[in-house]
Design a protein around this ligand. Sequence first.
Ligand SMILES: Cc1cc2nc3c(=O)[nH]c(=O)nc-3n(C[C@H](O)[C@H](O)[C@H](O)COP(=O)(O)OP(=O)(O)OC[C@H]3O[C@@H](n4cnc5c(N)ncnc54)[C@H](O)[C@@H]3O)c2cc1C
Length: 438
Amino acid sequence: MTVLTGWGRTSPSRATVVEPASADQLSEVVRTSPHVIARGLGRSYGDPAQNSGGTVIGSGHLSSIGPPGPVMDLGAGVSLDELLRVCVPAGWFVPVTPGTRFVTMGGAFAADIHGKNHHRDGTFSRHVQDITIMLADGQVRTVAAGDPLFEATAGGMGLTGFIVSMRLKMRPIQTSRILVNTVRTNDLDTLLATMLEADVHSSYSVAWVDTLATGANLGRAVITTGEHAAVEDLPDRLRERPLEYSPKQFAGTPAWMPNWALNRVSVAAFNELWYRKAPRHREGQIQSIPAFFHPLDGVRDWNRIYGDRGFLQYQFVVAETEVVRHALQKVSAARCPVFLAVLKRFGPSNAAPLSFPMSGWTLTLDIPTSVPDLSGLLDELDEEIVAAGGRLYLAKDSRMHPQHLPRMYPDLEAFRAVREQVDPGRVWRSDQSQRLGI
Ligand SMILES: Cc1cc2nc3c(=O)[nH]c(=O)nc-3n(C[C@H](O)[C@H](O)[C@H](O)COP(=O)(O)OP(=O)(O)OC[C@H]3O[C@@H](n4cnc5c(N)ncnc54)[C@H](O)[C@@H]3O)c2cc1C
């Protein structure tokens, strides 16, 4: 039995972890274990890749990467890190990337992840031609986009079966660089207006928000937008190797970080520095893929800076700007030491019943669990979000109450109907599915 947690390092539970070496072994484990769940690289924040007292199946053996091209055949255990090292030098990029390259293809599909380009390109699953999935009886099926099993599996958090492989449609790129524009805004209204405007013109956009700013400065932020650079955008020294890709990772965070290292004072100082360091307005800066898309990956095990009590990531989407304002006011008033707060606009939702994104604003907050009365604060926010027709992201959730789920995900019954067909005995289950009664 192994103790597992998500990236937030909260809610540990014990499970038998199995790493099958072949498809036959995978099928044997699925058929003989009473309760199973898949696990990729454990980058979801809460408990969806845990299975207390049951079996957790790793996808490491599903590591095959087909030849780079417009559609790539990928094993579900392939990490984005591995994929980018193969596809970028060949002139191809993934259609959607999250803020870390340490996720697997299976985990990306099961959470139906989004990136900084959701307003343009939608979620990950919209770029997958088909998936091959092992069902509870050990049978393997290949299903294409539009099939109810495909849609239920996109965002279905591993509860329909074990994704074995997929065919992913790729995006051609001329260079491995991004042309980045940066702008600083002093208050929330300017931030929202600038982001709306930015999304009209930009492929990628995101804002870092200073959650400790108050009063007239509430919601002050640094907005970055980006485009894939063409060869002629590069300075001479980079033109010789336009597709060079060499991500680096520095020494990790020590395991013994104290729980108080991130506090109001240290985070306020960091936020001030971060805001002041950003240019008021800068256009056309050339950045690498890791710097623009995956800056946090630069430091190994950065999740340890929160100490052994861990942290949670609270991410919601809501159409109304007033809910975003209120959330920032509450977090600011509670003086929560949040140094990672990200605001982004989503485009419309898709046909997958448990896919998270929908038109509106999504705010993401990393909060240490040591904040006094954090549950009370977040419970109140949950109520507001539900009342406004919004929802929380299951890949980040570790604490929401089950009664909110059907209102947040009105197509939950469509998901359950597919699950009933493919897994009537509920072989697939996770700590999260048990906690939320999915
Ligand atoms: C620093 C950081 C930044 C992030 N940024 C973003 C972001 O910008 N956008 C975004 O959408 N998400 C983001 N995430 C969340 C992350 O993309 C998702 O949680 C993703 O699911 C993690 O993939 P994983 O391989 O680690 O899966 P795990 O965390 O191991 O598992 C996640 C879920 O996928 C299921 N699963 C995994 N593999 C399979 C499989 N082969 N078959 C069936 N089900 C499977 C598991 O059962 C579980 O329910 C971020 C996470 C971190 C740590």
